[in-house]
Design a binder for this molecule. Structure first.
Ligand code: T3D
Length: 262
């Protein structure tokens, strides 16, 4: 197992810590593969009921490791379409398709693909000192890791274009005000706040939560009619889970529910 991503599982929470602090947790191939493997595990391991993603050190992630893209080393220009298809896109798809909540605790600067991986998570907390930077335009690239999609969809064209074209840092507070993240929290409270929510969701009705995530994501491209049909289908599925039966029973018996993720 690679130490570029520290993985621990406790009480249903799979905690993933990006761990190349000397390089502000920028992505080399090893870290890509480790993060992808961790999300693959989150898909297949039933004991994982929530994922919590954060970074070691003073940054969350500075995106691609540019040391691995040094043109001065010679050789042909890299095929960045290939690196997106091989490394970033599969991880993005794994995060979005995971039928379990993914919480992100942005502990410091999140730049380039680092910012956009955070925006792909389901509930994002950021330390008040953290900044989000669409750094791509500074080096002649375009937003990736789903950033062009998330920014345009959440912010609309004027703000999305300005952020992407200027690479102006966005504060955590502003990101929260604009709806890009859930909350900005005091630096020293970040991890405990994110972890408390992760723990509480991990004790929740996992299948219902997963369906809820998928339902809300589907709304981005569905018509109201399609969405009503999907609500019907997912509610049917949720209504057949043991956790639903437990939730209703616990309510009627005036006691806390004991969900098992089934
Ligand atoms: O290539 C492909 O596959 C295509 C995909 C691309 C996806 C992308 O993410 S492209 C965008 C890549 N990222 C960037 O352009 C951001 C580069 N970093 C920065 O602009 C700044 O480091 C930050 C604004 C993020 C933070 O600034 P600051 O002043 O807080 O820290 P620093 O001093 O710049 O960085 C600290 C160390 O981390 C430093 O190393 P040193 O000098 O102490 O040995 C710095 O070189 C290193 N570092 C930071 N970002 C990267 C990095 N090393 C390699 N790659 C990085 N992206």
């Amino acid at each position: 197992q690679s130490d570029t991503v520290l993985v621990t599982l406790a009480d249903g929470v799979l905690q993933l810590v990006l761990n190349r602090p000397d390089k502000l947790n920028s992505f080399n191939e090893e870290m890509h593969m480790a993060l992808r493997a961790a999300f693959e595990r989150a898909h297949s391991d039933n004991s994982v009921r929530t994922v919590l993603l954060t970074g070691a050190g003073r940054g969350f992630s500075a995106g691609q490791d540019l040391g691995d893209r040094d043109p001065r080393k010679g050789g042909p220009a890299p095929d960045l379409g290939h690196t997106l298809e091989t490394f970033y896109n599969p991880t993005l798809r794994l995060i979005r398709s995971l039928s379990k909540p993914v919480i992100c605790a942005v502990n410091g600067v999140a730049a380039g693909a680092g910012a956009n991986i955070a925006f792909a998570c389901d509930i994002v907390f950021a330390a008040r000192s953290a900044k989000f930077i669409q750094a791509f335009s500074k080096i002649g690239l375009v937003p990736d890791a789903g950033g062009s999609w998330h920014l345009a969809r959440i912010l609309g064209e004027p703000r999305a274009k300005a952020l992407a074209l200027t690479a102006e840092p966005l504060t955590a507070e502003q990101a929260a005000e604009w709806g890009l993240i859930w909350k900005a929290v005091d630096d020293e409270k970040l991890l405990e706040t994110a972890h408390a929510l992760a723990l509480s969701l991990a004790k929740g009705p996992t299948r219902g939560l997963g369906l809820t995530k998928q339902l809300i994501q589907a709304a981005a491209t569905n018509s109201l009619d399609q969405q009503l049909d999907l609500e019907r289908d997912y509610q049917r599925e949720a209504g057949r889970t043991k956790d639903y039966a437990e939730g209703v029973t616990a309510f009627l018996e005036k006691r806390p529910a004991n969900f098992r993720g089934e």
